[in-house]
Design a protein around this ligand. Structure first.
Ligand code: NAD
Length: 478
C-alpha cells in the first residue's frame, strides 16, 4: 500500500528549478561568488507537516507546508495557498519568488510561502476554520510564524477570513505580545488590516503598465504612441487581480476590449464596460451572452489572441505557451498572475520585439501594501491619524495668508482641493504608486545599461545584487 506521503512526492519537480534557472541567467550579468549565488537560490527552511482533522465519524490527514526561502532579511513573508494541487516544489518556488519580488520593490522581507493541500470548496466553514487554526498552531510550535519571524498573507484559495483566524490563534497563544497583530497581513480592516490592500495588486499592475507605456523610446520601437490613453487591453481573469487591473487601467485612460474567463471570452474593439460585464457574469454565471460583446468565444484562450496593445493574464500560470504565442497580437504582456508565460513563450515574444512586464514586479503591489499593514500593526496607529488634521489646518492657514496678502479670493473648489490632510487610503496608494514607478525605472535602467534583452532578467539581476549586498553586510560573505 502506498504511504500517505507518496502523493506529495510523485509530481515532477520543475517550478523551483525554473526559478533557480532565472537566477542563473541573471548571474551572468553579476560578479558574485558561486557559493554566495548557491546560498541565494537555496530554500533555507522547508517545513513539511501533517495533522488530522475529524470529519463526521472519521479522521482525515491534512498535508501542509511552510517554506522560508531566505533569511537575509527578517521577517520572511509570503501567502498561504489553499489548493489540492499544491506541492512542495511549488511552495519552494513561490517562496523563492517572494524573496526576489520583495527585493525588487525594496520591501525589507525575506521570501516565504505556505501551502495547505485541500480544495476549500470541499470543506464547511467550520472545518476550514479548524484546519486554519491547527495549521497556525503547528507553525507556532516550530517558530515558523511571528511578527519578527515569518508573516503569512492570503494567496490562492485564502482571504481576509482565514487571516483573521490566523491572527486570533496567534494572539491567543501569545498573550501580551505587543506586536502580535503583525503576525499576518491581509486582515480585514476591523481587525487592524489596512485600507487599499484588497485592490493593491491590480492597482499595482495598472501602475506598472502605465509606467511601461510612458517611455516614448520603448513605445516607438513597438510602433505605439506613448501613454495609456486609448490603449486597447485584454484581461484574462475577472478575479481580484484582473478586475482591479481593468478598473484602474480604465481610470488611467485605457480601453478594455476583451475579457477571458474559464468558461469563454468576449471581445469588442470599441470597449467593454467592466462593471456591466462583471454583473452580467455574477447574475448569469458566465461571461458569455453579454449583449454588447461583438464577438464571443467558447474556447477562452481564443480571447487572448484578439487584437489589442496590452494583454494582462491575471488568472493562472502557464496560459501563454509555445502553442499560442505566435497568435498573440499584443505588443506588451503585463503578468498579473504568477508564471502565466512559459519561459519558451516569453523568449519567443521578446525575440519578436515584444515587452513582458514580469510577474515578480508587476504583481508586487500586494506585498508592498502588506508591508504597510505590517508597519501599521507595529506602530499601533493608522496612517494619517497623527498628522491629518494638522496638515489640513496648516493648508487653511497658508490659503488665508495668500488671500489676505494678495487680495485674491480662492474658489470653494480650490480651497477644498488644498485644505485637506491625507487619509490612510491616500497614503497607501501614494506609497504604492511611488514604489511601482521607481521599481520600473530601476529595472529598465539595469536592462539598458547591461544590454539585457528582457525586463525579467534585469529584475532578477537587481534582486540578486540587493540580496548579495545584504549577505555581505551581515558579514556572512566577507
Ligand atoms: P482570483 O481567484 O480572485 O481570480 C482568478 C480568476 O481567474 C477567477 O475569476 C477565475 O474564474 C479565473 N480563471 C480561472 N481559470 C481560468 C482560465 N483557465 N481562463 C481564464 N480565467 C480563469 O485570484 P487572484 O487573487 O485574482 O489571483 C490571480 C493570479 O494573481 C494568481 O496567479 C495569483 O497567484 C496572482 N497574484 C495574486 C495576488 C493578490 O493579491 N490577489 C498577488 C500577487 C499575485
Amino acid at each position: 500500500m502506498a504511504h500517505a506521503n507518496d502523493i506529495l512526492l510523485t509530481q515532477a519537480p520543475h517550478f523551483y528549478d525554473d526559478v533557480c534557472s532565472f537566477v542563473d541567467q541573471a548571474a551572468q550579468y553579476t560578479n558574485h561568488d558561486k557559493g554566495l549565488l548557491n546560498q541565494i537560490k537555496a530554500c533555507n527552511s522547508v517545513y513539511r507537516f501533517q495533522f488530522p482533522i475529524r470529519r463526521g465519524n472519521s479522521f482525515e490527514i491534512i498535508h501542509a507546508w511552510r517554506v522560508e526561502h531566505s533569511h537575509h532579511m527578517s521577517p520572511t513573508k509570503g501567502g498561504i495557498r489553499y489548493s489540492e494541487m499544491v506541492n512542495e516544489d511549488e511552495v519552494m518556488a513561490l517562496a523563492a519568488l517572494m524573496t526576489y519580488k520583495c527585493a525588487i520593490v525594496n520591501v525589507p522581507f525575506g521570501g516565504a510561502k505556505g501551502g495547505i493541500k485541500i480544495n476549500p470548496k470541499d470543506y464547511t466553514v467550520a472545518e476550514l476554520e479548524n484546519i486554519t487554526r491547527r495549521y497556525t498552531v503547528e507553525l507556532i510550535k516550530k517558530n515558523f510564524i511571528g511578527p519578527g519571524i515569518d508573516v503569512p498573507a492570503p494567496d490562492y484559495g485564502s482571504g481576509e477570513r482565514e487571516m483573521s483566524w490566523i491572527a486570533d490563534t496567534y494572539l491567543t497563544m501569545n498573550p501580551g505580545q505587543l506586536d502580535a497583530l503583525g503576525c499576518v497581513t491581509g486582515k480585514p480592516i476591523a481587525l487592524h488590516g489596512i485600507a487599499g490592500r484588497r485592490e493593491a495588486t491590480g492597482r499595482g499592475v495598472a501602475y506598472a503598465v502605465r509606467e511601461c507605456v510612458s517611455v516614448a523610446e520603448d513605445m516607438k520601437a513597438l510602433g505605439l504612441t506613448p501613454g495609456l490613453a486609448g490603449k486597447k487591453v485584454i484581461v484574462q481573469g475577472l478575479g481580484n487581480v484582473g478586475y482591479h487591473t481593468a478598473k484602474f487601467l480604465i481610470e488611467f485612460g485605457a480601453i478594455i476590449v476583451g475579457f477571458c474567463e474559464y468558461e469563454g471570452a468576449i471581445y469588442n474593439p470599441d470597449g467593454l464596460d467592466l462593471d456591466e460585464v462583471f454583473n452580467h457574469r455574477k447574475s448569469t454565471g458566465s461571461i458569455l451572452g453579454y449583449a454588447k460583446a461583438k464577438k464571443e468565444f467558447k474556447n477562452s484562450s481564443e480571447g487572448l489572441e484578439q487584437d489589442c496593445d496590452v494583454l494582462v493574464p491575471a488568472a493562472l500560470e502557464n496560459q501563454i505557451t509555445e502553442a499560442n504565442i505566435a497568435n498573440i497580437k499584443a505588443k506588451i504582456i503585463a503578468e498579473g498572475a504568477n508564471g502565466p508565460t512559459t519561459p519558451a513563450a516569453a523568449a519567443e515574444f521578446i525575440k519578436q520585439g515584444g515587452i513582458i512586464i514580469p510577474d515578480m514586479y508587476a504583481n508586487a503591489g500586494g506585498v508592498t501594501v502588506s508591508y504597510f499593514e505590517w508597519l501599521k500593526n507595529l506602530s499601533h496607529v493608522a496612517f494619517g491619524r497623527m498628522g491629518r488634521r494638522y496638515d489640513e489646518n496648516s493648508n487653511i492657514n497658508i490659503m488665508n495668508l495668500i488671500e489676505s496678502t494678495t487680495g485674491t479670493t480662492l474658489s470653494l473648489e480650490q480651497r477644498l482641493l488644498v485644505a485637506k490632510g491625507a487619509t490612510e487610503l491616500e497614503l497607501v496608494n501614494s506609497g504604492l504608486e511611488d514604489t511601482m514607478i521607481r521599481s520600473y525605472h530601476e529595472i529598465r535602467e539595469i536592462k539598458m545599461t547591461k544590454g539585457i534583452d528582457s525586463l525579467r532578467t534585469a529584475a532578477f539581476v537587481g534582486a540578486v545584487d540587493k540580496i548579495a549586498i545584504s549577505y555581505m553586510n551581515m558579514g556572512i560573505w566577507p
